[in-house]
Design a protein around this ligand. Sequence first.
Ligand code: SF4
Length: 444
Amino acid sequence: MGMTGIEIYKLLPQTNCGDCGVPTCLAFAMKLAAGQAELVKCPHVSEASKEKLDSASAPPVLPVAIGQFKTGGETVLFRHEKTFVNPTGIAVLVTDAMADADVDRKLAAFRDLRYDRVGVLLAADLVAVKSESGDAAAFEKLVQKVAGAVEEGLILMAESADLLSAGLKHVAAKKPLLYAVTKANADAVGTLALDNKCPVAVKGENLDEVIELTQKLASMGLKEIVIDPGSRNMKKAFEDQVVIRRAAVKNSFRPLGYPTIAFPCEMTKDFAEETLFASAFIAKYAGIVVLSDLKGESLFPLLVERMNIFTDPQRPMATEQGIYPVNNPDENSPVLITTNFSLTYFIVSGEIEGSRVPAWLLIMDCEGLSVLTAWAAGKFVADAIAAFVKKCEIADKVKHRSLVIPGYSASISGELEEELKEWKITIGPREAAHIPAFMKQYQP
Ligand code: SF4
């Protein structure tokens, strides 16, 4: 936020009515300045003040929506300073110069390559549709085809406003990203974006040209802008990403305060190298990366990298509390319990799955802490576990009353037996790697 608490206070009604949930306007102003409150909480602020405060409270990298997909909104240079906000969008490129079968294969990959990890669905987000032939009818037809297969998240790429307009004909309601405004077409493409309320990308020959273009679009009233600095050499492109983010975050330089788009697909013909470039752009600082193809061996690692970078470092990753069936268990299958730290869930459920022994896995909400940490924090202790076991209704799913606890929580087994008098408590392995051997000999 660019304004101090006192500067914000001067723009508030100063009536201390408390309707915002804070006793005084000054306290509310201080919260706003610290980014701990939102202006909408004050229903009495004037429109004129709202406008000033809105722009002052905007994040250094402005947010952009492409249909349901969101990019930008970033406030820090390094993830550990706070958190990154909107994960880098992964897009696949299709063009009107491609054979139909190739386009179909890429759209099928876009639809089918989805991964469930830690309860989160990982998938590519956008399809970039490019006019290479310069033929408006061919571009319109391709855009229509893609729009039929992809609900949201379109990028329309063409050199002129006329071509973009042809592509936009049937998909304006999906709010695609129009790529790109250049020096040659700025007025026409800017007007097209304004008229259709679409986000727009600028492409400059260098950063000076980008600055000129974003300033021009901002003066036309466009707020949702994405930057392509134009560099296609990896070293320069990487440097541009860092310069743009630093200028926005450290220097509050508004002309570069927009999310970026990077094109690893235009930087190399080697797909493995392209994947490596995309990986670097996900780490620093692309809002969108465009790939030439989607293949599991490339997409999955990129998605996992993205997930790791864009999780909030202040909040442990957690799995939802509940009963997880593994290998189709029945009423005689063993019951194991552990905490909801995602990594714990993943490793334990993976090892049970690998053992091929059907089992019920109880995942208990311990605020995302691992077994030992949750135990030390008083969250994975006998009375809490007993309360969860009773509440989760596992007793309705099994005939026996045997519960396996993690080896690291052996010290609570006696206490747990006291709390769960009907249940026999067994101490399981300390290390997840020993679970398969344990499962093969364990009888509930
Ligand atoms: S609601 Fe607005 S006017 Fe009332 S105390 Fe809060 S900031 Fe002040």
